[in-house]
Design a protein around this ligand. Structure first.
Ligand SMILES: [Mg+2]
Length: 260
């Protein structure tokens, strides 16, 4: 009996160690977002550039620019709100992301605004520009997301908040709805998929080439926010195969490091 109990303890400890090791690699990115003044400065810089670009556009006259109403499309997570407390909790208790524990965090409606985000979007609204929030949070989190964004002061209503419908991760259909009656002046996001369908689920190598191809749009119509914690960038490292074991993922991550 004692041998069985020891064996069971060993198995449990081993599995805990593996899980913990799997989330520990996220420490640096999460710490950077939560603690570095440089991260804060970079986020503020993103909204400063957005304001500059919006002001430039507002000065444009003529039918070409005024035929349709101006719009700004923003992502939510890691673009205007900060989910690093969720990530920090996962790291500290050795828990991996699951859609259930993510939903628990969403339901708290307690994410904080990223610096500069509320001010910028309120400013855009004050200039008659429509703001659309297009996020891949699931519909089950709609009420909590609306409550959270409203409480933070974002100009959000049920008319301009679009969550993911079903399993379609692409934001293109939702962007097209906006484009029917609006001209999108700016797209803001922490993942390339926030800027166009051509960026979606591409390989690690292709994503880099696409950024070269669209380099004139960044800081212009595409404003990128930093997210070292998770996202398409990491998915592409794993070739979007989320069935890989923790050890396999670790191997792949290490294989992508380029030493001298
Ligand atoms: Mg995001």
């Amino acid at each position: 009996m004692r041998i069985i109990s020891c064996l069971l303890t060993l198995v449990l400890l081993t599995s805990c160690a593996t899980t913990k090791e799997n989330v520990d690699y996220q420490e640096a990115g999460t710490l950077w977002l939560q603690s570095s003044a440089e991260a804060k400065a970079l986020i503020i810089q993103s909204f400063n550039i957005a304001r500059l670009r919006l002001d430039q556009d507002l000065r444009k006259k003529g039918r070409k620019y005024n035929k349709k109403k101006r719009a700004i499309v923003v992502d939510a997570d890691e673009t205007i709100v900060d989910n690093s407390p969720y990530q920090a909790k996962n790291i500290l208790i050795g828990r991996e992301y699951t859609s259930d524990n993510w939903a628990e965090w969403i339901d708290l409606a307690d994410a904080k605004a990223l610096p500069g985000s509320v001010e910028f979007l309120k400013y855009a609204k004050s200039k008659g520009v429509e703001v659309f929030f297009i996020t891949n949070r699931k519909m089950r989190g709609y009420d909590a997301t609306l409550k959270n964004l409203k409480a933070l002061g974002f100009p959000v209503t049920t008319k301009n908040l679009f969550l993911r419908e079903g399993n379609n991760h692409s934001k293109e259909t939702r962007r097209q709805k906006v484009l029917k009656d609006h001209r999108i002046v700016l797209l803001m996001g922490d993942a390339l998929g926030d800027f166009g369908p051509f960026f979606e689920t591409k390989s690690f190598e292709k994503r880099s080439k696409l950024v070269d191809q669209y380099k004139h749009e960044f800081g212009k119509r595409f404003i990128v926010l930093p997210n070292p914690m998770y996202g398409e960038w990491l998915g592409s490292v794993y070739k979007y195969d989320y069935s890989l074991s923790n050890d396999e993922k670790r191997e792949i991550r290490r294989s992508k490091l380029k030493p001298y």
